[in-house]
Design a protein around this ligand. Structure first.
Ligand SMILES: Nc1ncnc2c1ncn2[C@@H]1O[C@H](COP(=O)(O)OP(=O)(O)OP(=O)(O)O)[C@@H](O)[C@H]1O
Length: 259
């Protein structure tokens, strides 16, 4: 069984004037096919942790492994999706989604067909020859998802990918993305400020403490919510119960931050 293991990770940013410890003693395991979220007060180190898992930042201490093998820079087992879509405006949608494969010299006709089929499955038809400026924000984020999935990573890291979208588009994309990742059996790690989004999309939620961030609490999302769409999950009593528990913990952490 393949899993992602974050072992005793600590990270300090050293600047000329100071040393800022962003993370301390992070220890967690994410099983294959799980969808987990990181929630926590502003500045608690969520993005730092995601960058370390992505192999973009080397932790001051500790290791991250997938299937007991250390991760490395540009690790093809990991895909990264950000708040901004970073599509190249001068390239067509098709060129954009095939770019990662070509840069990694992993392009094949078969992989192109899979990527184009994924584009259709995610509700984008007849867009291959268009340019990013011709699409809406929600459509561009779907293209960014397909570009990330085209390299067939086993783990997908999502750093607030829906935060720039309007509420309705966001709910629709939450549903599309979670359905797509579930059907492809991908493991996903989401960083978000939105408790509702974390509950509607995850199997487990890690709440990080104030900086230096460490895992303050882990919440398991009840099974009955997992089979529902993000919209329907929000109507379920179990959703409200979990929302309130997380809200209380977060409020407690944030009030400690101000004192
Ligand atoms: N390159 C850097 N150099 C110095 N300090 C940094 C750097 N990047 C982040 N930090 C600091 O590390 C801490 C954690 O930052 P990080 O962006 O990981 O938090 P976050 O939880 O993602 O924040 P937010 O919720 O506001 O997006 C913050 O105090 C931040 O100021």
């Amino acid at each position: 069984m393949s899993n992602l293991h974050v072992h005793r990770v600590q990270h300090t940013y050293f600047t000329k004037e100071s040393a800022i410890t962003a993370l301390e003693n992070i220890e967690l395991t994410i099983e294959e096919g799980e969808f987990v979220s990181f929630l926590g007060p502003s500045g608690c180190g969520k993005t730092t942790l995601l960058s370390i898992i992505a192999g973009l930042l080397k932790p001051t201490e500790g290791v991250v492994t997938i299937n007991h093998e250390d991760i490395h820079t540009n690790d093809s087992r990991i895909g990264y999706m950000l708040q901004q879509d970073y599509l190249f405006p001068w390239k067509t949608i098709k060129e954009n989604i095939l770019l990662g494969l070509k840069m990694r010299k992993e392009y094949t006709k078969e992989k192109e067909e899979i990527a184009l089929r994924l584009l259709k499955d995610i509700g984008l038809t007849d867009v291959e020859d268009l340019y990013p400026r011709q699409l809406s924000g929600g459509m561009r984020q779907r293209v960014a998802l397909v570009r990330t999935l085209a390299i067939d990573p086993s783990i997908l890291l999502l750093d607030e990918p829906f935060s720039a979208l309007d509420f309705q588009t966001k709910l629709k994309l939450e549903e599309l993305v979670s359905k797509t990742l579930m059907s492809l059996r991908k493991t996903a790690v989401l960083v978000t400020h939105d408790i509702g989004e974390a509950i509607a999309m995850s199997t487990r939620i890690f709440l990080l403490s104030n900086r230096p961030g460490t895992v303050a609490k882990t919440f398991i999302v009840p099974k009955e919510l997992r089979s529902l769409s993000p919209f329907d999950a929000r109507q379920h009593p179990a959703y409200n119960e979990l929302f309130q528990s997380i809200w209380k913990e977060l409020d407690h952490l944030e009030s400690k931050n101000k004192n």
